[in-house]
Design a protein around this ligand. Structure first.
Ligand code: P6P
Length: 339
């Protein structure tokens, strides 16, 4: 791939398309429409209270979580940017109970789009980085099967693309189509994402962990052991000190890990088991896309017991435990689960 830093994401997509025999351009068009949605969301998030979009919408999503005004607005942005193109059979979002079927007046395509339009949205009111996460699947089923929930329940290994937009000091878009991971920075002056981080790779080792420590007493033993060893640092079995980060915005955590390594954990705990849930993060539009990105960048992503991308989804909003990042640290924690 002759990726030249400085090229626009459109240029990058066309170059990638040329490598794929028989490519029709539908996929490139779809990703371009997703990119447009992320530019619109960046503008909304950056304007914040100037345009009165912060705060609660006074409603709840299917997860039973209070929806922010921006959760609903950004979901609408994604729908409007993608429903008309003729590249999609249907969409699914954290913010919608059921799948979104493409309206009759528009043509349908062979792709499925899942997304979390604004992940970490509780951070918007306190001006901390938030992001959008998206995943693209194909649906090759017979006529009339692709606009059903079942078409979305494919393992993460079937994803054709995954990416996120991070609305931070810069707005960045990180994308994988299965041939490595590339990062683009939004040049607000020309409204284009420019290739700035070609071929992103996660260091296999790290001394930085990310977890919400307030849940410690509820974790399973392997996670408690791993984090206690990190906290013991030089005085313990690891023989080295560790650093800790927790931004409570998965996109920001994953981007830091892609940039300098690290391990991110949102493990299953006793509270979740008592509530009958299998984790905090959602499989289809958080864990799977982030797992594809992390694995494509040389990292690993597991529930603690199995590779996340191998899971056969049971439902649209299914939750899973997530342990992802620097390969050697994830493998160490997975080995503790196996003991
Ligand atoms: P907690 C945000 O709500 C999110 O889904 C992820 O982005 C983030 O990593 C996690 O939940 C934060 O969870 O329990 O720390 O608020």
């Amino acid at each position: 791939m002759n990726m030249k830093p400085g090229q626009t994401i459109t240029h990058f997509l066309i170059e990638e398309q040329r490598q794929i025999k028989g490519a029709t351009g539908e996929f490139s068009e779809l990703v371009s429409d997703v990119v447009t949605a992320c530019k619109v969301i960046s503008n909304l998030v950056n304007k914040g209270e100037l345009i009165g979009v912060l705060g609660s919408a006074g409603s709840e999503n299917v997860q039973g979580e209070t929806q922010k005004k921006l959760d609903i607005l950004t979901n609408e942005v994604f729908i409007e940017a993608n429903e008309w193109s003729g590249n999609l059979a249907a969409m699914a979002s954290e913010e919608m109970d059921d799948i979104y079927m493409i309206p009759k007046q528009y043509p349908r395509g062979k792709y499925l789009l899942t997304f979390d339009p604004l992940d970490g949205s509780s951070n918007t009111d306190v001006n901390v980085s938030v992001g959008t996460i998206f995943s693209i699947l194909r649906c090759d089923g017979e006529e009339g099967t692709c606009d059903k929930e079942g078409a979305f329940l494919q393992p993460g290994t079937k994803q054709v693309a995954a990416g996120y937009a991070l609305y931070g000091p810069s707005t960045m878009l990180v994308l994988t189509t299965g041939h490595g991971v590339n990062g683009f920075t939004l040049d607000m002056n020309i409204g284009e994402f420019i290739l700035t981080h070609p071929n992103m790779q996660i260091p296999e080792d790290t001394r930085e962990f990310a977890v919400n420590m307030s849940n410690m007493r509820h974790w399973e033993k392997p996670v408690q052991r791993y984090v206690e060893e990190c906290l013991a640092g030089k005085t313990g079995s690891r023989g080295e000190d560790f650093n800790m980060r927790w931004i409570a915005s998965m996109v920001a955590e994953v981007h830091r890990i892609l940039t300098r390594g690290g391990i991110f954990m949102y493990p299953i705990d006793q509270k979740m088991k008592d509530n009958g849930t299998e984790g905090k993060l959602r499989l289809l539009y958080e864990a799977n896309p982030m797992s594809m990105i992390v694995e494509q960048a040389g990292g690993a992503s597991s529930t603690g017991y199995e590779r996340i991308m191998d899971l056969k989804p049971k439902s649209l909003h299914q939750r899973v435990p997530v342990i992802l990042g620097s390969k050697n640290e994830v493998e160490r924690l997975v080995s503790y689960h196996a003991e």
